[in-house]
Design a protein around this ligand. Structure first.
Ligand SMILES: Nc1nc2c(c(=O)[nH]1)N[C@H]1C(S)=C(S)[C@@H](COP(=O)(O)OP(=O)(O)OC[C@H]3O[C@@H](n4cnc5c(N)ncnc54)[C@H](O)[C@@H]3O)O[C@H]1N2
Ligand code: MOO
Length: 402
């Protein structure tokens, strides 16, 4: 067990080898979830002019210091319109939310504190000077950075882009990820089963979904046989992709060829085999210019776990994200958890829920790495550290949500 790489070290190696990809320009509608590769600045002051925050009357504050005050209504300002009216002593302009404040006025009285009477308005309550007036530039000044480079675009940032009149923005491009399963026994979806020993693939599709979820562009390259020459031919296409993922063929079997081919293909192997359970036999290497190769284990749960722990952060980091890991929280364990061998750090699939102000966690009863039900019926990994044989009901545990 000496040569098993600890997870922290493996992650450090992977992330050291990630460089954010080049930028590309996308329309605002396609920008959700992407990371800005430029500072976005405001085209104007926001608001661009002093305007009303309420429907009511624009007045001179001097005129409403004493209430009730009776003022002559000299006209009306709606949002987007507005005649050239000037509010002079003893007068008011009817105004709507968002309309410019007429010259001479400095305060807006909301309509609910007024009454009208033969072309006059009676103000019944006094307000502070400047009340209900939104000032030019009070949110943003022209030229100010409103979204900095490196920030992820959420719906709010999309709105901000529109507000500063940016239809197109520069973001980091998404990585293209090739996905290849290996194994003579593996059948694709819809292929006829001719022998009971054949195994229907899940990995191509689990990994496809995981790549999409991480923001990458997946390319399902199907299934390669356990024939070194053929496998090598297919794997020559690695250069078309930013990341290449294989599943299977990285363990101790005589037909586990992936591990022997990688060096022939010019992949510089950085580690093989991790101190984690499941997903011990993970192979990682780099090739070309900052391209990453992940040889994931064939067992369906192992492949998925290895992806979530190592490939997910790499895909995120390539797109310029600062937050590259899945969310971790602390939960209360609802039942004892025991294991015989505590050599590796375990990622036990579990169900986590929020109740009475706390997260709670219940491990799934079947934890073998061929059992996809353990993922389908779970929403988190419970972390059981190296050297820990037992976790007690009621104690706090660390969980990674997925
Ligand atoms: N003597 C040893 N044997 C094994 C060890 C070991 O340390 N010593 N490690 C075990 C562990 S842990 C794992 S994980 C597996 C990983 O093996 P490989 O990555 O070489 O994968 P294969 O042998 O090709 O397949 C393993 C298993 O997964 C099934 N499989 C493969 N591809 C798919 C797919 N696309 N979809 C669904 N299922 C797939 C395959 O049929 C096998 O059942 O090695 C252990 N052995
Ligand atoms: O690491 Mo294997 O992935 O334990 O089954």
């Amino acid at each position: 067990m000496k040569n098993l790489t600890p997870l922290e070290e493996a992650l450090k190696i992977v992330l050291e080898n990630v460089k954010p990809l080049e930028s590309e320009r996308v329309f605002i509608h396609e920008a959700l979830g992407r990371v800005l590769a430029e500072d976005v600045v405001s085209d104007t002051d926001k608001p661009l002019f002093d305007n009303s925050a309420m429907d009511g009357y624009a007045v001179r504050w001097e005129d409403i210091k004493e209430v009730p005050a009776k003022l002559k209504v000299i006209g009306e300002y709606a949002a987007g319109t507005g005649e050239n009216l000037k509010v002079e002593k003893g007068t008011a302009v009817k105004i709507f939310t968002g309309a410019p404040i007429p010259e001479g006025a400095d305060t807006v009285v909301p309509v609910e504190y007024t009454e009208t009477q033969d072309g006059y308005v009676i103000v019944k309550k006094s307000f502070k000077q400047g009340a209900n007036v939104r000032r030019r530039g009070e949110d943003v000044k022209k030229g100010e950075v409103v979204i900095p480079k490196g920030k992820e675009i959420r719906p709010y940032e999309m709105g901000m882009l529109a507000s500063v009149n940016r239809a197109v923005v520069s973001v980091y491009r998404k990585p293209h990820v090739g996905i290849l399963s290996t194994g003579d026994e593996i059948l694709d979806v819809c292929e006829e089963q001719t022998k009971p020993s054949q195994i229907r693939t899940s990995n191509n599709y689990t990994v496809y979904g995981q790549v999409l979820q991480a923001g990458g562009i997946p390319h399902n390259l199907g299934i390669a046989p356990d024939e070194p020459q053929k496998l090598k031919e297919i794997m020559r296409s690695i250069h078309k992709y930013d990341i290449f993922i294989t599943t299977g063929g990285v363990s101790m079997g005589e037909k586990d060829y992936v591990q022997y081919l990688v060096e022939d293909l010019g992949i510089d192997v950085k580690f093989h085999k991790l101190r984690i359970k499941p997903a011990k036999p993970v192979l990682f290497g780099v090739y070309g210019e900052n391209k990453l190769f992940f040889g994931l284990p064939g067992n369906p749960v192992s492949a998925a776990v290895a992806f979530d722990l190592l490939v997910y952060p790499a895909i995120k980091a390539m797109q310029g994200h600062r937050e590259v890991f899945k969310q971790k929280v602390t939960a209360i364990l609802e039942g004892d958890y025991r294991r015989k061998n505590a050599d590796r750090r375990e990622f036990a699939r579990c169900r986590v829920w929020f109740e009475n102000g706390r997260y709670h966690c219940e491990p799934y009863p079947k934890q073998d790495s061929h059992m996809l039900t353990s993922l389908v019926n779970s929403n988190a990994y419970m972390v059981v550290y190296e050297g820990v044989n037992e976790l007690k009901k009621g104690q706090e545990v660390e969980v990674i949500l997925f």
